[in-house]
Write a protein that binds this ligand. Structure first.
Ligand code: ADP
Length: 447
């Protein structure tokens, strides 16, 4: 491949980390200890589940946000402020609706202080390259999603960035438009028609990563860190049905579904300030899925030959981001077993699908009590109170030692959903009170 002839690093990340101070004074670590180099001539895909810090990492490389630890080196010099070699294409296009296509594309050049003549000349050239010819004077609202994203590409490329960063650039587009734009971009890159040395694409799509990238960096959560850095040596254009392609996708699937942490369920961010839980202590993080989805997965697995997660996702037309949380939740509850990217019903899962609704509730109840720390903690707190009522604030206070406020809220909502299904407790939304129904407490107390 032509672009890969010359390989040298121009951006390096050294022990890079990012943390945020929470309103309660805790510091939540989002990304930790990232070390890698970006080479000239590569398309790099940054792949990982939502919340693994992909956008955060990209923004630090672009200099939009400063690191909390470590550094970004640009030609061996520590980056301070915006990275002059980077331009970004955003998922939601980020166009100014009151500016025409030409004016939007000119923006980056204007910010760089280019004179009006050269600005217009460069913008028009890029508009032409990117297939927007004839739309120079149109406003974003007159354009389709695909055309708007072309404006996003043209604006980023007009400044001739050394590194083109793209944050899920195709995910707001319909499937066909996305596919078309993906290949057009690849054409431009392979034919060296765009003035960029490397491309960094943030994605949660495994196939997208393996289709486009020369190298896939897989990020894991808890906190964000590099789990794998895989070279993709297949020549372009890649045949998605070829055994080599499928094997690579499979390999990435295995990495994503086999967390290398001792506690495989744990995805929570760690805390680094006082009062500080022991360093080794990470709070189990709940994937945000409903029990109904878990039940749906278990039923699908019954009597099924296909155990491979990737092929299962393909069959169900599910993206990895949709399937993985359901798989994770089922695994946490000990309803499925996963080995090397293959999934199968565990004994408890078998029992679940052969049970009636009340028995199913009892199975989930037992499972939550055995395996789900947040549910265990809520139950303990409820038991400790005479009236068996607690305020959700109490639970949120505990969770905010480990999660951002927003994530703490989501964790609580998931625990409410699961616990209510299992009839362990109830939740009064307006007052934010969690309580045990009297009939439950009475029967327990009389035992
Ligand atoms: P991804 O792109 O992989 O989905 P992000 O980089 O967007 O992940 O976010 C990683 C984590 O950092 C998320 O849990 C998110 O809530 C948190 N986060 C991102 N920005 C901030 C911020 N400004 N303050 C607090 N937490 C943040």
């Amino acid at each position: 491949m032509v672009q890969n002839v010359e390989k040298n690093s121009f951006i390096a990340l050294e022990n890079l980390g990012k943390s945020y101070l929470q309103p309660n004074g805790q510091t939540i670590s989002i990304i930790e200890n990232i070390n890698c180099q970006l080479q000239v001539g590569e398309i790099i895909a940054l792949l990982g589940p939502s919340g693994s810090g992909k956008s955060t990492l990209m923004r630090m490389i672009a200099g939009l946000i400063p690191p909390s630890s470590g550094k970004v080196l640009y030609y061996n010099r520590q980056l301070m402020g915006l990275n002059p070699g980077v331009a970004i294409v955003f998922q939601n296009f980020a166009l100014y609706p009151w500016l025409t296509v030409l004016e939007n594309v000119e923006l980056g050049l204007k910010a760089k202080g280019e004179a009006k003549d050269t600005r217009i000349q460069k913008a028009l050239r890029m508009i032409d390259v990117i297939g927007l010819d004839g739309f120079e004077n149109a406003y974003p609202k007159e354009l389709s999603g695909g055309m708007r994203q072309r404006v996003g590409f043209a604006r980023a490329l007009a400044v001739e960035p050394e590194l083109l960063c793209m944050d899920e650039p195709f995910s707001a587009l319909d499937v066909l438009t996305a596919e078309n734009l993906r290949f057009e971009l690849l054409d431009l890159w392979l034919e060296k028609r765009i003035p960029t040395k490397s491309i960094l694409i943030v994605t949660h799509g495994i196939e997208e990563a393996v289709t486009l990238a020369d190298r896939v960096i897989v990020l894991g959560r808890n906190p964000g860190r590099i789990r794998a850095d895989l070279p993709i040596k297949l020549p372009h254009y890649r045949d998605r049905k070829s055994p080599e392609f499928q094997a690579l996708v499979d390999q990435v699937y295995k990495i994503l579904t086999n967390p290398d942490l001792p506690d495989s369920s744990s995805q929570a961010a760690t805390t680094t300030s006082t009062p500080k839980p022991p360093a080794s202590q990470k709070y189990q993080s709940l994937p945000h899925v409903r029990i109904g989805s878990v039940a749906g997965l278990l039923e699908l697995l019954e009597g099924r030959q296909e155990k491979d997660l990737y092929r299962l996702a393909q069959e169900l037309l599910l993206e990895v981001d949709d399937l993985l949380p359901i798989v994770e939740a089922s695994k946490l509850m000990d309803l499925v077993a996963i080995t090397e990217g293959d999934i199968q019903l565990a004994q408890r899962g078998e029992k679940f699908i052969n049970s009636n609704i009340d028995e199913r509730k009892a199975i989930i109840r037992e499972s939550l009590q055995q395996h789900i720390r947040l549910v265990q903690q809520i139950c303990q707190l409820l038991q400790a109170k005479r009236n068996h009522r607690i305020s959700e604030e109490l639970v949120l206070d505990i969770l905010e030692n480990y999660f951002t406020s927003k994530e703490a809220q989501r964790q609580l909502r998931t625990a409410m959903d699961w616990g209510r299904y299992a009839e362990l407790y109830s939740y009064d939304e307006p007052s934010g009170e969690i309580f045990i129904e009297e009939s439950v407490t009475e029967s327990e107390e009389s035992e």
